[in-house]
Design a binder for this molecule. Structure first.
Ligand code: DLL
Length: 433
């Protein structure tokens, strides 16, 4: 199994921690001097550059969160003058101002290296042709993968997201070997491929690099049953560079974090105290090498677990598990906390269910309503009404026993629910705020 940057990907922990300490100290000195927001935050806890003598001292430093990005929109968190910035990306949530990140030439160089590591880790090499169906533009997915894959020697098709018919055409004509997309878009591409009865032998596809949204093992299996690929998961966020923060290797046993650039903590979201390796907590990341947009202890809101056990691939870096949810996409019904990912895991294991669903929340007479709309196979949908009703009861019961709350399940015909070319919108919350 190839490793792009042996020196950093197989570094021993003691040397890694020395490197991290040196780099975090350097970053703290830079932000203290150049970013008024950080100077205020650090001064408020009585911290001055030089005070950090061990990585444990980080625990006493303030967090940064999305609100801080919004309050400092657009350039307030930049640590270099605009004359040094060569690229800017942003992501917009559903509400509020966009999150903005800038890149100097050196930042673009690091980003390229980081994504290249991940491409090599899943077996990409020269001669491969990668179809990048992530959106190009302010979203970090398109450009991030583009730079990194090229560095790995891969020929890039910058097709961007959307126009699924053309995606299939190019895939066939250009001999695409690697598909880069959100898992939900990869699934949709697979669905269209099947619907058009394109024989998979006509494709040279072998690898999928997914990311930007949750992909359960069941979802991955669904994609792999439609496309001749081995799919891998990649994690990142605009606030921390974009893709390249962490990604799976060929072993697919967690996403390797590039710890020479990112210091990861896993904390109890309520208390801010560390949770043990293997336990689920909120991922908090310090991005300490970025020149333009370094970030101190960023609260990602993503829930995952960490392991520092050595991986069979030979890399020594910590790995994060699948993101099981976000602290802000959890919803509460009848006092029970529910993550969309839990619903997905149940649904995708039921034969007869198609891998497309939507969760609809509402309120009637002051009470929350909780519906799960699920597509079912043609055979089931066109079959007997009694069978369909029995199936609906079964899906309801399986969800109820996993979630401890009974949803109203609505079975819908195949192809009925909205398809996604980017990040899927799983929850439609119609409750008045
Ligand atoms: O989604 C960056 C990215 C692009 C990552 C392409 C991987 C591949 P944002 O648009 O800022 O950045 O969204 C970041 O997406 O906080 C997670 O909640 C979610 N997310 C990203 N990757 C994963 C993943 C890009 N592999 C937000 N699994 C993050 C689950 C993910 N959630």
């Amino acid at each position: 199994m190839a490793i792009w940057d042996e020196q950093h990907e197989t570094i021993d922990r003691e040397r890694l921690q020395e490197l991290q300490l040196r780099r975090v100290r350097d970053m703290l000195a830079r932000v203290y001097e150049r970013v008024p927001f950080y100077r205020e935050q650090l001064s408020a806890v009585g911290f001055e550059p030089g005070d950090l003598t061990s990585l444990d001292d980080l625990a006493g430093l303030p967090f940064t969160d999305k609100t801080d990005f919004r309050d400092n929109y657009p350039y307030g968190l930049f640590a270099v003058p605009m004359s040094e910035v060569v690229e800017i990306h942003s992501s917009s949530g559903t509400t509020g101002k966009a999150v903005v990140g800038g890149y100097t030439r050196a930042d673009l160089e690091s980003w390229t290296e980081l994504v290249c590591r991940l491409a090599v880790a899943v077996g990409a090499h020269d001669g491969d042709i990668a179809q990048i169906a992530f959106g190009y533009g302010m979203f970090t997915g398109g450009f991030g993968l583009h730079y990194g894959l090229q560095r790995a020697g891969v020929a890039v098709l910058p097709i961007s997201a959307g126009n699924t018919a053309r995606q299939l055409q190019y895939m066939k004509d250009f001999g695409t070997t690697i598909l880069i997309a959100t898992p939900s878009y990869a699934l949709y591409i697979g669905e269209v491929l099947q619907r058009r009865e394109v024989p998979v032998e006509q494709l040279r596809l072998r690898l999928g690099m997914f990311g930007a949204e949750h992909c359960s093992e069941e979802m991955r299996a669904q994609i792999e049953s439609r496309l001749p690929i081995r799919g891998t998961d990649n994690y990142g966020l605009t606030e921390l560079t974009g893709p390249g923060v962490a990604g799976e290797c060929e072993c697919r046993t967690g996403m390797h974090i590039s710890e020479d650039h990112f210091l990861a903590e896993c904390l109890d979201p309520a208390t801010g105290k560390p949770v043990a390796d293997g336990e689920v907590g909120e991922l908090v990341v310090t991005a300490f090498t970025r020149e333009c947009s370094p970030v101190l202890r960023y609260r990602t809101r993503d829930l995952t677990s960490l392991t520092r056990e050595r991986c069979a691939c030979g890399r020594t870096t910590a790995r994060m598990g699948k993101v099981v949810g976000r602290t802000d996409d959890m919803f509460i019904i009848s006092g029970v906390n529910i993550f969309p990912s839990a619903i997905e895991s149940v649904l995708f294991q039921i034969e007869g269910v198609e891998p497309f669903y939507q969760i609809v929340l509402g309120r009637t007479n002051g009470l929350d309503t909780f519906e799960v709309h699920v597509e079912v196979t043609d055979t089931l949908f066109d079959g007997w009404m009694d069978d369909l009703r029995a199936f609906e009861r079964r899906v309801t019961e399986e969800l109820r026993s996993a979630l401890l709350v009974r949803p109203k399940v609505k079975l819908v015909e195949p192809g009925k629910l909205e398809r996604s070319e980017g990040k899927a919108r799983r929850v439609i919350d119609n409750r008045p705020s």
